[in-house]
Ligand binder design. Structure first.
Ligand code: 5GP
Length: 173
């Protein structure tokens, strides 16, 4: 049986999300049309759900699916869209919501892809960043926490599809 060492408690996560919600609301205070929040499946589903309730400007919710590590814990560097947005984002303010930026390859691919659809603006929000891995690949506009380069689970993040429902972020021991 595996045990999980907590590195970010539920309380820490919720406190930081409230702060991010305020920052994002202030940044997009003058938008004319709702801000489009795009959650990256599956890992960002809890973060997006909590974050959107801390944002006070009007929002629309979209999801995008990408191929991930599969059952392995190493980045393949291969990114593929497995489920696309349901609506055009032309002339819209778009905020990509990621669970974690590791190498940054996924976020960079998605932001570059979104830019070809001619949005008004496109920015990145990530709950977690591993700065040791993301060495200048992508700039995160709204970042929750920077963490060491270790494989984390919980709060949406999986370990071979399991443990996404943990209310905290931890490391499997
Ligand atoms: P990147 O393209 O930035 O290297 O990786 C992004 C994706 O890899 C994340 O959206 C997530 O699905 C997965 N990932 C990266 N690091 C971790 C980790 O520590 N734990 C888990 N569960 N997934 C991770």
């Amino acid at each position: 049986m595996h045990t999980v060492k907590v590195i970010l408690s539920s309380e820490q996560i919720q406190t930081r999300i409230a702060e991010l919600g305020k920052e994002i609301s202030a940044h997009y205070a003058s938008v004319k049309e709702p801000l489009v929040l795009v959650g990256v499946l599956k890992g960002s589903f809890l973060f997006l759900a909590d974050l959107c309730r801390k944002i006070s400007v009007p929002v629309e919710i979209e999801f995008i699916g990408v191929s991930s590590y599969g059952e392995a814990t190493e980045s393949s560097g291969v990114v593929q869209i497995t489920q696309d947005l349901t609506r055009p984002i032309e002339n819209r303010d778009v905020l990509l919501v990621e669970d974690i930026v590791d190498t940054g390859l996924t976020a960079k691919y998605l932001l570059d892809n979104f830019k070809t659809r001619e949005p008004k603006s496109v920015s990145l929000c990530a709950l977690l960043e591993k700065p040791a891995q993301n060495q200048g690949t992508i700039a995160i506009d709204f970042c929750g926490f920077q963490i060491p380069d270790q494989f984390v689970v919980g709060y949406g993040l999986d370990w071979a599809q399991k443990m996404r429902n943990l209310p905290y972020v931890g490391v499997v021991e």
